[in-house]
Design a protein around this ligand. Sequence first.
Ligand SMILES: Nc1nc2c(ncn2[C@@H]2O[C@H](COP(=O)(O)OP(=O)(O)O)[C@@H](O)[C@H]2O)c(=O)[nH]1
Ligand SMILES: [Mg+2]
Length: 238
Amino acid sequence: MSDCEEDLAERRIKIVLVGDSGAGKTSIAVKFCNDEFTRQYTPTAGIDFFLKNVGLGCYKNVNLHLWDVGGLALHGNMLDKYVFGAHIILLVYDVTNSSSFEILQEWIAEIKELNNIFLKRPLMAIVGNKCDMEHQRTVKREKSLRFAAENGFPYHDVSARTGEAVSLCMINLAAQILGVRLTRMDQEFHRPIVTAEIGDTVDVSTVQKVVKRYPKKQNPVDLNRSPPGSKSSVCSLQ
Ligand SMILES: Nc1nc2c(ncn2[C@@H]2O[C@H](COP(=O)(O)OP(=O)(O)O)[C@@H](O)[C@H]2O)c(=O)[nH]1
Ligand SMILES: [Mg+2]
């Protein structure tokens, strides 16, 4: 039986988003799953879950499970539980915030330390978020591309605010995991119509204040429970 024939059954892909607080991990997940964006910043305590079903090539029912990890997990003791079984790990940084880029090095080092927990090495990708704020970019694109290439990771620039490349990034990486070659039509389907407002959406000083006030320790979560319905959303693109 070919891979595709057997695939009336569901496929499940675990995608973990990590990176600095304020980089836009939650916004990317919310944009991808709910097609929503808010300027308000609410730090993620521990972890949040999101779900989206998509059709990919001949696979008609692919469940993308997004694990949105709070930035403080870097120095916590739950990171191994969060990334366990991940197919894809997105290392998210904010293109207007250099320190969010520099800290990716630490995330990579922590995740590499956990290598023995992976049956199969996850696909890791660098994601430069907030590319709608090109005029405020502080991390040069060439620098991020070089960094990704040196680590052997794919690179994606996205904007959770406009939706630019958010779906394409997820879909391309998921397709790589499934060994599916996306057609031009698939690519077009996941390319959003980008509309931008005039003016900045985010008050950076608010983000910094919130990040500073955020408590040091986080509560562990019960990993045996399913992703909670209230926090997840299922959108079908078929
Ligand atoms: N302009 C712009 N702001 C964004 C974007 N993504 C997130 N933000 C803002 O950045 C702040 C932090 O986002 P959030 O998703 O909570 O970051 P997280 O801590 O990594 O989960 C929020 O105020 C968002 O509105 C983006 O693509 N463009
Ligand atoms: Mg968050």
